[in-house]
Design a protein around this ligand. Structure first.
Ligand code: NAD
Ligand code: UDP
Length: 309
């Protein structure tokens, strides 16, 4: 079986490539390296793996069969998509269109990596897949949120109109080794700051919440969804919810750092609460997270220590 992973040189994509290779798949990774890093796939040592440097907003013509397309290509960290607003909109719209076209041509099963950001600043907590969200389309985060909402819409349209076999995963905050230390997301920021003995920058009052899923759990959920026959969006994330202030204190404790907390301005439209309802994932694909926060953070801290040395 052959799988194509777009965004395969990124954080999540590279872990997904590893998982697919371990399961015996032939894997083709397509990435333009705009936020990814070839280092993430450098240690893969099998002739079942290949890499093409390509921007998926441009059409991609490939020889031979493809059985599965995992479409993960997109800037994902708020800092990245604020710096790359047009690329973010294009990869969600044109990139998803191109990859659906490829799925149609190859009669491949297609999975879209969507996001909890489709719920915007949610007015219900936890968020179930039936909630339509509270997104500001013209705010700075709108470039990402609306690109992903459009991507979901075109995926469902290709499914309904062309009969393409599609899946949509709504990924909630995921962390682990291979995140970029400077990608601006809270996990690398706090761990980097704690390890350097700098203040941890908590935005706003720190009472906004997030729920963090370890990467091995996330890619297992994505894989199981692809292998299921469920066509509607499914949340994959960890339902254990923390305030960001609590999270900063956890990082200080686990790293044994003497860092203090410094409060900074809250970014525009920063969601106040985020926690997945994973009833569907539990029931339909038998998935729930296995890795406890402290264990996942220890692995992640170990990784960041190696790149800080
Ligand atoms: P990442 O930035 O590490 O990976 C994204 C990859 O996509 C990078 O390697 C980048 O170079 C590539 N890419 C971007 N635009 C491209 C283009 N036009 N053509 C080819 N490649 C392109 O981010 P990540 O955290 O691994 O996120 C992967 C996917 O998961 C994204 O679609 C993101 O929206 C989604 N997601 C991630 C999280 C999370 O917490 N990590 C949460 C929700 C959704
Ligand atoms: N955050 C923070 N300090 C940082 C980075 C992020 O307090 O140095 C907060 C951010 O405002 C948000 C949460 O942490 O409320 C998660 O931010 P992240 O960028 O990781 O992703 P988001 O969940 O907002 O997409």
């Amino acid at each position: 079986m052959k799988a194509l992973v777009t965004g395969g040189a990124g954080f999540l994509g590279s872990h997904l490539c590893d998982l697919l290779l371990a399961k015996g798949y032939e894997v083709l990774c397509v990435d333009n390296l705009i936020t990814g890093n070839e280092q993430n796939i450098a240690s893969i040592n099998t002739d079942r793996f290949s890499f093409i440097r390509h921007d998926v907003t441009k059409p991609l013509y490939l020889e031979g069969k493809i059985d599965f397309i995992f479409h993960l290509a997109s800037p994902a960290s708020p800092i990245d998509y604020l710096e790359l607003p047009i690329q973010t909109l294009k990869v969600g719209a044109l990139g998803t269109h191109n990859m659906l076209g490829l799925a149609k041509e190859k009669e491949a099963r297609f999975l879209l990596a969507s996001t909890s950001e489709v719920y915007g600043d949610p007015l219900v907590n936890p968020q179930s897949e039936e909630y339509w969200g509270n997104v500001n389309p013209i705010g700075p985060r709108g470039v990402y949120d609306e690109a992903k909402r459009y991507a979901e819409a075109i995926t469902m349209a290709y499914h309904r109109y062309h009969g393409i076999d599609t899946r949509i995963v709504r990924i909630f905050n995921t962390y682990g080794p291979r995140m970029r230390l400077n990608d601006g997301r809270v996990v690398p920021n706090f761990i980097g700051q704690a390890l350097r003995g700098e203040d941890l920058t908590v935005y706003g009052d720190g009472l906004q919440t997030r729920s963090f899923c370890y990467v091995s759990d996330e890619v297992e959920g994505i894989y199981r969804l692809m292998m299921s026959d469920y066509k509607l969006p499914m949340n994959i994330g960890n339902p254990e919810e923390h305030t960001i202030l609590e999270f900063a204190q956890i990082i200080i404790r686990i790293t044994g750092s003497s860092s203090k907390i410094a409060f900074k301005e809250l970014p525009v439209d920063d969601p106040k609460q985020r926690r997945p309802d994973i009833t569907k994932a539990k029931k339909l694909i038998g998935w729930e997270p296995q890795v406890r926060l402290e264990a996942g953070l220890k692995e992640t801290i170990k990784y960041f220590k190696t790149i800080l040395e």
